[in-house]
Design a protein around this ligand. Structure first.
Ligand SMILES: Nc1ncnc2c1ncn2[C@@H]1O[C@H](COP(=O)(O)OP(=O)(O)O)[C@@H](O)[C@H]1O
Ligand SMILES: [Mg+2]
Length: 239
């Protein structure tokens, strides 16, 4: 597997933060993060990236240079760790008008390295469907709370039609995750890929809000990010 899209169904369970954790954990093996939510883009603002200067916005790439663009080369880098980033345009109007999700879906297979897409919330659009279908896997992040589980179940059939779906369950702060994660997985009928720890300090650092601590790499959220990034690295077959 070399591409996955992370989505959520409701609330703000931490999709963007998790994508940032995977990016920050990529060291010698770079990961490309593409932010492609239909609304609610955050990375350019959080990291004070100048979206006017860089070609690294999917919307501009989509409008300006039609077909021949090399996403890997055009991405902003280095970003967190050794990762590369294509941030979304902060305007959902621009994103929708440029049909960024469909454009990205058409180009995903040509990217030479592993790609993690922050696809934001499930919006049921035809172009988001194409994007999730183009990704090798869809990872759905939910908080183990009733409204998110109901919302996920309600779009379960739609998500299943895009290909393999796996579940990420955010761990409630201060509680062992296992029981609630397994309960959510059996209710939704998707395999549990991982529990995502509640880790307020690392989450703040990954939103660009507080300076990273020296031991950030060993923080629980970064470990989860590394584990997910590893899922996207092709397994090397020994000669
Ligand atoms: N694993 C986590 N533990 C604690 N706080 C988190 C975690 N993930 C995200 N947050 C916090 O929750 C808020 C929303 O996170 P964000 O990643 O933007 O959500 P989404 O992309 O799903 O809307 C941010 O303030 C972020 O710092
Ligand atoms: Mg987000």
């Amino acid at each position: 597997m070399s591409s996955a899209a992370v989505v959520s169904v409701a609330g703000a369970p931490g999709v963007t933060t998790l994508a940032c954790a995977a990016a920050a954990a990529s060291d010698e093996r770079p990961l490309l993060v593409v932010e492609a939510p239909s609304s609610g883009a955050a990375i350019a603002a959080r990291w004070r990236l100048d979206i006017r200067d860089t070609v690294a916005t999917t919307a501009r790439l989509a409008m300006d240079v039609a077909d021949s663009v090399d996403l890997w080369a055009a991405a902003h880098h280095p970003w967190l760790g050794m990762s590369r980033l294509i941030p979304a345009h902060p305007s959902s109007v621009v994103t929708r008008q440029a049909q960024v999700a469909r454009w990205l879906a058409d180009r995903l297979a040509s990217v030479p390295g592993p790609v993690l897409i922050d696809a934001g919330r499930v919006d049921g659009s035809a172009e988001q469907f194409d994007l999730l279908t183009a990704a090798d896997a869809v990872w759905v992040l939910v908080d183990p709370i009733v409204e998110q589980v109901i919302a996920a179940r309600a779009v379960g059939d739609w998500l299943n039609r895009t290909g393999p779906v796996e579940l990420l369950v955010r761990e409630p702060a201060g509680e062992p995750a296992r029981n609630s994660s397994n309960a959510v997985a059996s209710t939704l009928g998707w395999p549990l890929l991982a529990a995502v720890p509640s880790d307020v300090q690392s989450a703040r650092a990954l939103c660009g809000l507080s300076p990273a601590r020296r031991n950030l790499a060993r923080a629980p959220l970064l470990r989860a990010g590394r584990w997910l990034a590893d899922r996207l690295m092709p397994v090397e077959v020994p000669a």
